[in-house]
Ligand binder design. Structure first.
Ligand code: 7TS
Length: 405
């Protein structure tokens, strides 16, 4: 048995999505900008995909959606273009974000700091989120943009986006949210929530990699990141990737259809897995209230067990998991989100992220529970830090600064 439990890193392409994409490689392959039939033949499929995307997030208008190559591009676009439009060409100089954004936001902010922009990185509370009043207290006259993720990739914790959106609207500050981990996992309704810019990525909801989108409220002014041949109305140049656009449309439609039922199903499996691990393995804890987490995510910490050792053991057992985000897993650093929420350095080296999908089965959950328990026993038996400290409280789950169940 092989079990993929790393769906926050990427997901498998749904076979129905692949099927929808296939005709657009070698049959309907014309450049949509061409005036002949080969080109125009793809127009209905592109329009349909745009409709599928804007409907899925309940945006007001098809014109509010622009396809990009990935969420990294969408995030770079918003941050760099707000810098150009509002900071270089206006009198603002400040961006508010959080300490635990994805690197595509954080490293862009660091780049902007080198250009002289002031950036506030808000710390998260012990639940791993930033509260709306904290955001409010850091907005000044000079603030051009607030950028706060909808849900965190490592913990699954959901940020108070509605409240933050209301504050930004009231203060007249642009609001961007990286909703990569929210779209397709939890309801995202842009009639309920005020957002100026929202980033998303198809490969997180069973679409292909290398295609994303940016929602731009009321298709407002935002300088292009890529200048070129006036594709997408000049907002994002580059020949449209028709098969991937079609795939993204199909994927978001499927992911958001009956989302409540899909969520309940994944949540039931996730909770069963989480309960089993917490109940049967002493001194483990998970980060953040379940009710306020995306229903597929667990970030579990196992005292005395290095995350990398655990990943290696799981990998030997044909289980794919992560210590945090795959983007950062090449360096053996402590989990930054766990540090941010107040874990000590030792605990922050023990985080394992398990992320399920709608394709995860009960048999897979059973297999992971069994293998996980055995892996922890094996690794604790050879762990110097665990031997030194030893099981505390006679093997009871230990109280500590992190939340546990
Ligand atoms: N934003 C968030 C919140 C993400 O989780 C990711 C990918 C991205 C942006 C980048 O998206 P892309 O379309 O450019 O690929 N996150 C992860 C992860 O958690 N583990 O591997 C990749």
């Amino acid at each position: 048995m092989q079990v993929y439990m790393d769906n926050n890193a990427t997901t498998m392409v749904d076979p129905q999505v692949l099927e929808a994409m296939l005709p657009f490689f070698s049959e309907t392959y014309g450049n949509p900008n061409s005036l002949h039939k080969f080109g125009t033949a793809s127009h209905p499929a592109i329009s349909k995909a745009i409709d599928q995307v804007y409907t899925a997030i309940n945006a007001a208008d098809a014109d509010d959606i622009v396809f990009t190559s990935c969420a990294t591009e969408s995030n770079n676009w918003v941050l760099k273009s707000v810098w150009i439009d509002k900071i270089l060409n206006d009198d603002k100089n400040h961006i508010v974000t959080t300490e635990i954004e994805h690197p595509s936001v954080l490293s862009t902010c660091r780049f902007l700091e080198e250009q002289g922009v002031k950036v506030t990185y808000l710390p998260v509370n012990e639940q791993g989120i930033v509260e709306a009043h904290t955001v409010k207290s850091f907005i000044t006259e000079k603030t051009a943009l607030v950028s706060v993720m909808w849900a965190n990739n490592e913990t699954g914790m959901i940020f108070p986006i509605k409240e933050i959106g209301d504050i930004c609207k009231e203060k007249g500050v642009l609001f961007h949210t990286d909703a990569v981990q929210a779209v397709g996992k939890i309801p995202v309704d842009l009639q309920e929530v005020h957002v100026d810019f929202l980033s998303m990525s198809a490969h997180k909801f069973h679409g292909p990699k290398g295609i994303g989108a940016l929602y731009i409220k009321n298709s407002q002014e935002l300088s292009p990141l890529l200048n070129g041949g006036e594709h997408m109305g000049g907002r994002r140049s580059g020949t449209l990737n028709v098969p991937y656009i079609v795939g993204m449309g199909k994927a978001i439609e499927i992911a958001t259809q009956n989302i409540e039922a899909k969520m309940a199903d994944i949540r039931a499996k996730r909770d069963r897995l989480e309960d089993a691990l917490l109940e049967t393995i002493p001194e483990t804890m998970t980060v953040g209230d379940r009710e306020n987490r995306t229903p597929n995510t667990i970030l579990i910490s196992i005292r005395g067990v290095e995350g990398e050792g655990m990943l290696w053991d799981l990998n030997n057992g044909q289980i794919g998991a992560s210590t945090g985000s795959a983007c950062a897993s090449e360096d053996l650093e402590a989990n930054t989100v766990m540090l941010a929420i107040g874990a000590d350095n030792e605990l922050a080296h023990t985080g394992i992220r398990l992320s399920l999908s709608r394709f995860t089965t009960d048999e897979e959950v059973d297999y992971v529970i069994e293998h996980f328990k055995n892996a922890v026993s094996r690794l604790r038996a050879i762990s110097s830090s665990y031997a030194k400290v030893g099981p505390t409280k006679g093997g009871e789950v230990q109280e500590c600064e992190l939340h546990h169940h």
